[in-house]
Design a binder for this molecule. Structure first.
Ligand code: PGA
Length: 254
């Protein structure tokens, strides 16, 4: 791994004031001290972002949202804009997660608009791409992930991803306990980097490509040992501070 490692917690729709405070209390001693060799971020439901911005202010850890609006401002009841995320001190935002694409109808086009707005407002996007089991079994993995990526590259170029990150998350591996093998994940990461390099080879070498899908401390070292796997987007195993910190230590060790 030649780029600086990046490990991101995705709490999804979990947490409460009290549970988050306990997580922070357990994690802060580690997050304040080490992690010189690894960037760390915690992505929480939007209502808890101020709690995290405050709670992590004495640490190097960054704070992320899990979505933002594809619109800049105005009559969009219930939406949260990228500018609002920036306003409360949020550093980054996960965009195009497969749960957003499949459950909430997000398209390549809406995801690309979100990436552009996040970047313009100084919120680093973590763009997620990934294939379903059906698509994998039909041999379409590379076609699916590169076309998801291309929609964003065509709309806003590569720089948002240099600032943020790209995450490969096979849909069949998310929350299932069934991670992609390090070799299979590496093959997809390498193809994604090739697609980035067709836009700008120098910038492509700087983009962090994270793997997501049932990452735990047990499988993280073998994943992180792959050339193009620069860190992880961690769902289930990020809900307990100690489990998440154990994955961060695997990234630091490399
Ligand atoms: P998981 O989720 O680690 O629980 O598989 C990953 C994600 O959806 O970001």
């Amino acid at each position: 791994m030649s780029r600086r490692a990046f490990v991101v917690a995705n709490w999804k729709m979990n947490g409460s004031y009290r549970a988050n405070a306990e997580w922070l209390e357990a994690a802060l001693p580690s997050l304040r001290g080490a992690h010189t060799a690894c960037d760390v971020a915690v992505c929480a439901p939007s209502v808890y972002l101020p709690q995290l911005v405050q709670g992590l202010s004495q640490s190097a850890a960054m704070v992320g949202a899990q979505n933002c609006s594809e619109f800049a401002v105005g009559a969009y009841t219930g939406e949260i804009s990228a500018a609002m995320l920036a306003d409360i001190g949020c550093d980054l935002v996960i965009l195009g997660h497969s749960e957003r694409r499949t459950l909430f109808g997000e398209t390549d086009v809406s995801v690309a608009k979100k990436v552009a707005l996040a970047f313009e407002n100084g919120v680093m996007p973590i763009l997620c791409v990934g294939e379903t089991l059906e698509e994998r079994e039909a041999g379409k993995t590379l076609e699916v992930v590169t076309s998801q990526l291309k929609a964003v590259l065509d709309h806003c170029g590569i720089m948002p991803l240099v600032a943020g990150a790209l995450a490969y998350e096979p849909v069949w591996a998310i929350g299932t306990g069934k991670s992609a093998s390090p070799e299979d994940a590496q093959a997809v990461h390498a193809a994604l980097r090739d697609a980035l390099a067709r836009v700008d080879a120098e910038a492509a070498a700087r983009v962090r490509i994270l793997y997501g899908g049932s990452v735990k401390a047990g499988n993280a070292p073998a994943l992180f040992a792959q050339n193009d796997i620069d860190g992880a987007l961690v769902g289930g195993a990020s809900l307990k501070a100690q489990d998440f910190l154990a994955i961060c230590r695997c990234a630091e060790a490399l």
